[in-house]
Design a protein. Structure first.
Length: 1022
């Protein structure tokens, strides 16, 4: 049992499984146990585990031959169980990202997964049961027997039908009890704000449609009072054996001004009062120490001797009257919204997405040498004792071409702009080569223009900031979270840019919620610290308000003035702001397109931050071109840039990508279904019952009021506000502030909330008529929830009675499937819109991407940049090896085609012997001992690499000889010399190796040739 349990009354009203039920649903597996896999598979499925191809999340398992991978919800890492027959041979934990083993284990306990959700909710009158106990005390002191009418678990039903729903059933099919039943008699119960807790418990039951099986509030409170208890209440309560009255008062609110907050605090202090000031980290503590000294010096106060600084967190400050002490937090002092510190050390790094692994039969592919074809599956072929697996590609005129998997690196999944439907290429024709040449020429022209623009900027003078000052360091220490590795790297990049003489023009790309704003703040503060003004340009008034609030709170303790220029400001206010900008008394101005009007003048603009530039119109973009010529520019986009494009653009565009999610973020659970009022209410009540807020997105202004009335009928106890772009400024601001401050429970809005809104308490979203949205839009909207450590839910509601198109179904399926953190990178590829390429390269490049496909386009772009910079071009070279040896991955070893393709791809992309060795180790670890045919594949790849190192491009057999076709005479003579002339160089192209092995024994020949090429290291490339 834990030493302390923190809970609330609504949670105590719900039954939990008994210890016996949990024990019955738990199975321990140890090394040496007899474990029939078929029987264990049934056991796992019945207890809520889900069988998948590859384990990624808790509650999943997979089987490959005699290896079971499973991710128990109770363990920090997944576990791999290897069997020999039915005997458990080894148990080890492994990392799901790298598939590498972590540590060996002697045993592992598996417990049924628990995925129950709160009860359904309507306006029905509650019918609750008493808490089951041998004797329960009523308020009148009488004892009575408690016999529930129904099993308590019956009340626990899912709010939305999903695959997760059945997982809870097995655990609740056994005995349940109240959590109170599991407490020892020595437990001390601490009750805070008891009357408030009772009120919340009763309100919770009133919201439920069928609370039969939940425990009653009065009976539960009576059970709690049977223990030794301490009640903490703001009001005095009679009837207790002992009472202790603490003289405590609330602390007055502060203005939040950095200049005035400490002076206000000194005015609150009596002659003998002292202050305990809690800072959220040591950096903040050091900064406050300096502020106190500055305030004492400027105002003649003596705060330094009366304020004790410490690191720690309190929810709300208070005054201890009997002890003449004020306890307060730095957040209260500067009127900041408190943020939670992260504690988990483990983080998930992003992985490069290989779109080829999502290949399905019928998809379009690109063969680099032959053009666009349609993938028709895989097939095994064999001749002359050699078996090999092939990809089947259909070209024009229904011509099927067999591509050996050893050449799989030449085949790419076709990804092009939206609504692209390219024709299949005629195999063997010249049209594909001409098309490739045309695209390469267009790409070269674009790269030339970008390099020329870069050179022009380099000739101008920019901000050229000094190195970080002490103030900058203190500002960064005040960040309450630990930066991700990508954030840290991006910050280093942009500071390096700002400290150079030439103007900065950097693009920060990152998925929704990955911390772009904090990266931008570091640059903004650096510019202000160097005496320059900053303009932050955003596409919507809602985002302007969000950024204004965030920047103001973050800068509150520093000598920085932040203002906002948008339609939220009256004409008179706008005039005053413009005047102050011109005279230089405003350091940072945040605004919409109003910021780029010609009447906006700065005294000394040094940095322009542009958020989501692609959402602005043509006129704004033209104005930005004029402004950005002479100032540092930082552009932010929530469009994830796939790694392949990022790497291709290196050298012609300064880009930093944020691909790592913040620690402790939980993936958003995404569900698709028709608009059902009962289910919508259930999901709403779950969020409201945990004190959260709700977004409801409806993107049609003309009937948004009708939707509002419908939602009010569904959840009459919830307060609702409406927000859309056609509203009056004051009305829109009032609605948004009501939601931001928590006064409204539901925000019914159009897609005006799509960009930048960051409300950590809002963790449930409904998107109405979701079939009408693009995949990227759905992902962007979904990113408004799940911005804290709570589980977030996104419900995609389909219009009632309306058929959903095939394309819409695919989009909805994809958004539901890609719910993991950082899913934007997968979505950017899956959406077939290549939003990233269009945003960065310009829409004119869409036709070139459509012509050759995204991946080949990136390769051509990278080589165009290398050519212009006089760098060696990058090609994946291949040595053609023709030996009579079977090489493939048997179905018994890797059954799933997706996994098999992954192995083939990684094998063909292993460009060093170390990479090949790592892959071999991983295969053995994931799938068990490597069968002969698969081992021969690895050996052939090794021979390929070793032959290429000696500049050999072809190996084939001929009359008892292995013939090496080479392209470097110097190297081949060196190899011949090492073998004392055994290798005979006969002409300018071929060298002959007399075989000791039988030419028909491919395996023996392979071993001999490996020994031949590995006898010595080839010389380093010149």
């Amino acid at each position: 049992m834990p030493t302390a349990i923190v809970t609330c009354l609504p949670a105590l009203l719900q039954p939990v499984p008994t210890r016996a039920s949990i024990k019955a649903a738990t199975r321990t597996i140890s090394v040496g146990d007899d474990l029939p896999l078929a029987e264990l598979t049934d056991w796992l499925i019945l207890r809520g585990f889900e069988r998948v191809t590859a384990v990624e999340l808790p509650g999943e398992f997979s089987i490959h031959g005699g290896i079971l991978d499973i991710f128990p919800a109770t363990e920090p890492d997944a576990v791999r169980i290897e069997l020999f027959g039915d005997e458990v041979e080894s148990i080890r934990s492994f990392d799901v990202e790298s598939q590498r083993r972590l540590e060996d284990l002697k045993s592992i306990s598996l417990t049924a997964t628990l995925a129950a959700t709160p009860p359904a909710a309507t306006d029905a009158t509650p019918q609750t049961n008493s808490v089951p106990s041998s004797t329960t005390s009523s308020r009148k002191g009488k004892s009575k027997k408690a016999t529930p009418d129904l099993r308590p678990g019956d009340a626990l039903t899912a709010a939305f039908p999903t695959s997760a729903t059945p997982k809870s059933a097995p655990l609740f099919s056994g005995e349940t009890e109240s959590l109170i039943d599991s407490l020892s008699r020595q437990t001390i119960v601490i009750l805070t704000d008891m009357q408030q807790a009772i009120s919340e418990g009763r309100m919770y039951l009133q919201r439920l449609s069928n609370p039969v099986g939940l425990y009653g509030v009065d009976a539960t409170m009576a059970r709690l009072m049977e223990f030794s208890s301490v009640t903490i209440d703001a009001l005095g309560v009679d009837g207790y054996e002992q009472s202790c009255h603490l003289s405590i008062e609330a602390v007055e609110r502060f203005s939040g001004s950095r200049r005035d907050a400490l002076v206000e605090l000194s005015e609150l202090l009596g002659p003998s009062d002292s202050v305990l000031l809690c800072c959220h980290n040591e950096g903040e503590q050091g900064r406050l120490q300096e502020l106190i000294a500055e305030t004492d010096s400027a105002s003649g106060t003596s705060l330094a001797s009366r304020i004790c600084l410490t690191t720690g967190r309190i929810r709300r400050g208070f005054r201890l009257l009997d002890h003449a002490m004020i306890v307060i937090s730095d957040n209260e002092l500067f009127s900041r919204t408190p943020t939670r510190a992260t504690t988990r050390k483990r983080r998930t790094d992003s992985r490069t997405i290989d779109t080829f692994l999502d290949l399905r039969e019928g998809d379009l592919v690109v063969h680099v040498a032959h053009g666009i074809a349609r993938y028709r599956g895989m097939a095994m072929t064999g001749a002359n004792g050699q078996q090999e697996e092939h990809l089947l590609l259909e070209f024009r005129d229904a011509l099927i071409v067999y591509v050996p998997v050893s050449l799989i690196h030449l085949v790419q999944k076709y990804i092009g702009p939206a609504k692209t439907n390219p024709e299949l290429t005629k195999y063997g024709g010249t049209s594909w080569l001409k098309k490739k040449d045309q695209v390469a020429e267009a790409i070269s022209d674009m790269a030339t223009d970008m390099l020329q623009l870069q050179a022009e900027r380099a000739s101008k003078s920019g901000l050229q900031c000094r190195a970080d000052s002490h103030l900058q360091q203190e500002f960064e220490k005040a960040f309450p979270f630990t930066e991700t590795a990508d954030q840290a790297s991006a910050i280093i990049d942009l500071k390096g840019d700002m400290e150079q003489a030439k103007p900065m023009d950097r693009l920060i790309c990152g998925d929704v919620g990955f911390g772009k704003t904090e990266v931008a703040m570091r640059a903004v503060f650096k510019a202000v610290d160097n005496g320059r003004q900053v303009a932050v340009l955003v596409p919507t008034t809602v985002l302007a308000e969000q950024h204004f609030r965030t920047f103001s709170q973050r800068m509150a303790e520093f000598p920085v003035t932040v203002e906002m220029l948008s339609r939220y400001r009256s004409p008179a206010e706008q005039s005053r702001i413009l005047e102050r900008l011109k005279e230089g008394s405003i350091d940072i101005v945040i605004g919409t397109h109003r910021l780029v009007s010609k009447d906006v003048k700065f005294r000394d603009l040094g940095l322009l931050v542009v958020d989501e530039e692609q959402k602005f119109g043509v006129k704004v973009k033209e104005r930005l071109k004029q402004i950005r010529a002479d100032v540092d520019v930082l552009t932010l986009t929530a469009t994830p840039i796939p790694r392949t494009l990022h790497m291709s653009l290196l050298g012609i565009r300064d880009i930093s990508s944020l691909t790592t999610p913040p620690r402790d973020r939980v993936p958003i659970e995404t569900r698709v279904g028709r608009f059902d009022e009962n289910l919508v209410r259930s999901a709403m009540m779950r969020e409201l019952n945990r004190g959260g807020q709700i977004y409801f997105v409806h993107n049609r202004v003309h009937d948004i009021e009708e939707i509002a009335e419908r939602l009010k009928r569904i959840a009459p106890e919830a307060s609702l506000v409406i927000a859309h772009g056609q509203m009056d400024e004051d009305e829109l601001e009032s609605a948004m502030m009501a939601f931001v401050t928590g006064k409204a429970d539901i925000l019914l809005a159009t897609t005006i909330i799509e960009s930048g809104l960051d409300i950590s308490n809002a963790n449930t979203m409904f998107i109405h008529q979701a079939e009408n949205y693009g995949l990227a839009d759905l992902h962007q909207l979904r990113g408004r929830v799940g911005r804290d450590r709570h589980r977030a839910y996104c419900y995609l509601l389909l219009e009632e009675g309306k058929a959903v198109t095939t394309k819409a179904t695919r989009r909805l399926k994809a958004i539901e499937e890609y719910s993991e953190l950082g899913a934007g990178f997968r979505i950017a590829m899956r959406d077939l819109e290549i939003r990233g390429a269009g945003n960065i390269l310009g829409t004119e490049q869409s036709g070139n991407i459509a012509a050759v496909g995204y991946e080949l386009y990136c390769q051509l772009l990278e080589n165009a940049v290398r050519s212009l910079k006089k760098q060696p071009l990058r090609y994946q070279r291949h040595c053609k090896i023709e030996l009579p040896v079977s090489n493939f991955i048997p179905d018994k070893y890797v059954a799933e085609q997706k996994l098999k393709i992954e192995v083939y791809r990684r094998l063909s992309q292993a460009n060093t012997l170390d990479q090949l060795s790592e892959l071999e180790t991983e295969l053995r670890d994931r799938f068990g001992p490597i069968p002969t045919a698969a081992r021969r594949m690895i050996q052939l790849r090794e021979l390929n690499l070793r032959a290429l190192a000696w500049r050999v491009e072809n190996v084939h057999l001929e009359n008892g000889y292995a013939v090496f076709r080479y392209r470097d005479a110097k190297r081949i003579r060196m190899l011949s010399h090492l073998h004392k002339g055994h290798l005979r160089v006969v002409d300018a192209h071929d060298a002959y190796w007399p075989l000791e092995a039988d030419e028909t024994d491919g395996a023996a020949v392979l071993d001999e040739l490996l020994e031949t090429f590995s006898a010595a290291q080839p010389p380093a490339p010149e």
